[in-house]
Design a protein around this ligand. Structure first.
Ligand code: ZN
Length: 238
């Protein structure tokens, strides 16, 4: 099931695959899973979400996204109504305006859509991964209700320096765009530090070689946090 849920798993060594399988089973057991708009949540859906989220915390196997109890899955990008996330307080990560791909918030559910969950599980080449994006927001929110692009870092890392470096990279990317060029991280990732962290996290796991080539400092900073370097395992995309 792991390799059907996570394209990167094919390239990972057996010990990491086993760790991911154990972790995914725990997450599947631990969360409430709810389908929306008539969707019935299947094992395949639970595995695809859990395996992709698990890859992000390979460096922190004890982390189980404790601040979010529920995963909601729509069949496809959805039109927002009064979703639980919108009912007050610290909403972040609403991806899209009227039609949304997903969203989450501090102590709120992670809301996803099955179309995009499947694309992230099998597509190495477009750089997008909705599961990683929304769970990156959850990692950002572990250390407080403000989605500021600063996740909890290992104790030996200077948090302020790390955060200032990320924000400097955001400013540099914005300057490139202001000059009329495009950047790999894309416009949405430049909207604010929390989205910069979430979108660059998508690329970190989906297109590690490209992110390291085009945004080497961002790659290094994310490597300090995630503590896994997929370039060791995943071949360069052509
Ligand atoms: Zn977001």
């Amino acid at each position: 099931m792991l390799k059907h849920s996570l394209w990167q798993a094919t390239y990972l060594p057996p010990n990491l695959q086993e760790q991911l399988i154990r972790w995914a089973r725990l997450l599947i057991f631990d969360k409430f899973w709810e389908g929306c708009d008539g969707l019935s949540v299947s094992k395949e859906m639970q595995w695809k979400v859990s395996a992709q989220a698990g890859l992000m915390v390979v460096g922190y196997p004890d982390w189980h996204f404790d601040k979010t109890a529920t995963v909601l899955i729509y069949p496809r990008p959805y039109v927002a109504r009064d979703s639980p996330v919108l009912l007050g307080g610290y909403t972040v990560g609403i991806e899209g305006e009227s039609v949304r791909a997903g969203e989450t918030g501090y102590r709120k559910p992670v809301i996803l859509n099955w179309n995009d969950v499947q694309l992230g599980a099998r597509d190495a080449n477009d750089g997008h991964n909705l599961v990683i994006h929304e769970f990156a927001h959850q990692l950002d929110l572990i250390n407080g209700p403000s989605a500021d692009g600063l996740p909890p870092l290992p104790h030996n890392v200077d948090e302020v320096k790390w955060w200032e470096s990320m924000k400097a990279e955001l400013q540099a990317a914005r300057a490139i765009v202001a000059d009329g060029y495009r950047v790999l991280i894309g416009d949405y990732g430049l909207s604010e530090p929390s989205e910069f962290f979430a979108v660059s996290s998508e690329l970190y796991f989906q297109q590690p070689h490209l992110l390291a080539e085009y945004h080497p400092t961002v790659y290094e900073l994310l490597q300090i946090f995630y503590q896994i370097d997929l370039r060791e395992y995943v071949p360069k995309q052509t």
